[in-house]
Ligand binder design. Structure first.
Ligand code: ADP
Ligand code: MG
Length: 256
């Protein structure tokens, strides 16, 4: 790809002896929606955590909008970037977790404005105004004063999505955003993500919802054992995969 929005280049990540990501390379275009599918333990979360700088890869790099994340080039070598730079870069990458990770002691509105006010330094007034617009967008206009414990899982996840959007990130990473939800609440979260998929934001979505992935994705990446096995349009990777490992995985999880 000529100028990918997100470039994942030869990432390798080990935990002790275990290689969790192996020489992992993937380019994502601006506004592209890419789904990560693959068995449990295949490295999806670790990949997202390396992109968002929660984890540090052992080798390789990630570039967003042409900028190295978490690293600087010095005398022809890559070294860790300074804390300030890393903090600013983290603000450009939104992350939505399986278990929502809302701040339990804060209201919905406080959850959403926290980072814009404290990291982006925008005024309280405009942060609140923006937060209310985002709550409208995720269908939670009358929940601003609620606490997370008062919400259903689907509502919590929609707050988490609004919170990610409030930072106006360049890319949003979703780590199995519906895996912790009761089945009847999955649809409301998927429909919010589907709305974002048409909005021009670059999205990387780890998911087990294969029919959803097929519907919203520009491309689908199948991982197994920390390796990118197959990557391409959903019509190929999901409907007509060429790799036997992809075929075997899909045959286990897709209804016949
Ligand atoms: P997935 O999200 O696809 O289920 P993960 O990225 O969570 O996969 O995990 C990939 C592999 O890395 C698994 O074998 C997991 O046990 C291992 N792993 C993940 N995080 C850690 C960690 N912090 N310490 C040790 N091993 C880990
Ligand atoms: Mg995971």
């Amino acid at each position: 790809m000529m100028n990918p929005h997100l470039r994942i280049n030869k990432l390798t990540k080990r935990f002790a002896e275990t290689v969790v990501l192996s020489d992992f390379t993937l380019d994502v275009g601006r506004g592209e929606v890419v789904s990560l599918i693959g068995p449990s333990g295949s490295g999806k979360s670790t990949l997202l955590r390396c992109i968002s700088q929660i984890e540090h890869a052992d080798s390789g790099f990630v570039m967003l909008d042409g900028e190295l994340l978490g690293l600087t080039m010095s005398n022809g070598r890559l070294k860790a970037a300074g804390r300030e730079k890393v903090r600013n870069q983290r603000a450009e990458v939104g992350m939505v977790f399986q278990n929502f990770e809302l701040f339990p002691h804060m209201t919905v509105l406080q959850n959403i404005i926290e980072a814009p006010v404290h990291v982006r330094k925008i005024s309280l007034f405009s942060a609140q105004e923006q937060a209310r617009n985002l709550l409208d967008r995720v269908g939670l206009e009358n929940k601003e004063h609620s606490y997370p414990a008062e919400l259903s899982g689907g509502q919590k996840q929609r707050v988490a999505i609004a919170r990610a959007l409030a930072m106006q990130p360049k890319v949003i990473l979703f780590d199995e955003p519906t895996s912790a939800l009761d089945p009847e609440l999955v649809g409301e979260v998927l429909s919010v993500i589907k709305g974002l998929s048409n909005s021009g934001i670059t999205l990387v979505v780890a998911t087990h919802e294969i029919s959803f992935a097929r519907e919203i994705s520009d491309t689908v990446a199948f991982l197994d054992g920390g390796i990118l096995i197959e990557h391409g349009p959903p019509e190929i990777v999901i409907n007509n995969p060429s790799n036997p490992r992809t075929q075997e995985f899909l045959s286990r999880i897709l209804p016949i």
